[in-house]
Design a protein around this ligand. Sequence first.
Ligand SMILES: Nc1nc2c(ncn2[C@@H]2O[C@H](COP(=O)(O)OP(=O)(O)OP(=O)(O)O)[C@@H](O)[C@H]2O)c(=O)[nH]1
Ligand SMILES: [Mg+2]
Length: 370
Amino acid sequence: MSERMRFVMVGGFLGAGKTTTIGRLARMYQEQGRKVGIVTNDQASDLVDTHTLRSQGFDVGEVAGACFCCNFRELTDTVAALAAADRPDVILAEPVGSCTDLVATVVQPLRQLYGDRFSVAPYGVILKPTHGLKILSGSGGSGFSPKAAYIFEKQLQEADFVLLNRIDELTPAQADELQQLLERAVPGTPILRVSARQGVGFEALGALLDQQGDFGRKILDLDYDIYAEGEAELGWLNSSLRVQSQTRFPLDAVLLGIVEQLRLRLASEGAETAHLKTIGLWEGFYGVANLVSSDSPAELSLPSNCEPLSADVVVNARVAIAPERLRELVEETVRQVAGGLGVAVEFRQTQSFRPGRPVPTHRFAEAVGG
Ligand SMILES: Nc1nc2c(ncn2[C@@H]2O[C@H](COP(=O)(O)OP(=O)(O)OP(=O)(O)O)[C@@H](O)[C@H]2O)c(=O)[nH]1
Ligand SMILES: [Mg+2]
């Protein structure tokens, strides 16, 4: 057992593929005989990602209610709780997808305050092709305002390396175009093409993450006013509910139906989706449906293939729309989809809001090495 835990944080915009990447990395580390703990993060409680990763059998701690940078203490407490239960060799951490400045507010504080406990891996950021193409080409029409696009670009600028994800669905020409845009946006930053879904490029990713050296030092020059305003343009919603019926119903149809119907409603309001995801859970079965932009299809990314009498469902939505409107649309859609399948809905808890201004616990303007 090495004396320090390896801390691997994987960043990237909302819906870029962080949770998928972390799940795959966790399996890879386990196959190498390394014990893994995962930390998820959100501005609110009821996280689809925590359920998704726990359902895969991983030990997951959750920092809910504020991002890692603004609740740094809870990040280290959550890691300590994982370590007390069954000390991991590797901690995989997923920050909120609208967060940036993570090198100054998480990587450097871990190095400078907790260097005895953690050895921090190079910081990789995932590029989301759908919005990346529009934002990096400057062609406009990403569906997000320039302030939200600013966050997207800043996230890439602090990366030690960038992962060009979803190459399974990009043509070679599209991948080349994105690579060129990235080379212009973040010159000198290594770029690795991956498919988190299929595992393409993960051996190379593992090697990048295992590197020792002078990483995690790219402290951003960041305008916190623009950052805060960009983040606040997103409507945020986390909702947990229960669905049940007298007769068995296809859980996947509920999940996909919710995402597909919301896709149509949000499109008719001209509201760009950053990530809309829903998980359904029933007795060890689970299914997940997602939408990652207005111009991609709703997708059942993990089918549950089950027909229960009841299930717990969690919906997380991050959309450029007023949070009150987002809540109405989600509630109407869930009732409509469930009703169409003869399923009753009980909403348990819903939080919807605009993220508040980020106020980091620590911000180190001077970097130290690994
Ligand atoms: N085709 C394809 N889909 C992918 C790939 N990686 C992720 N996805 C899908 O993209 C969607 C978003 O993936 P997540 O891993 O949940 O993204 P995330 O960055 O964790 O999202 P947030 O936590 O909401 O910021 C899901 O439907 C995934 O199945 C990939 O390599 N190829
Ligand atoms: Mg995630």
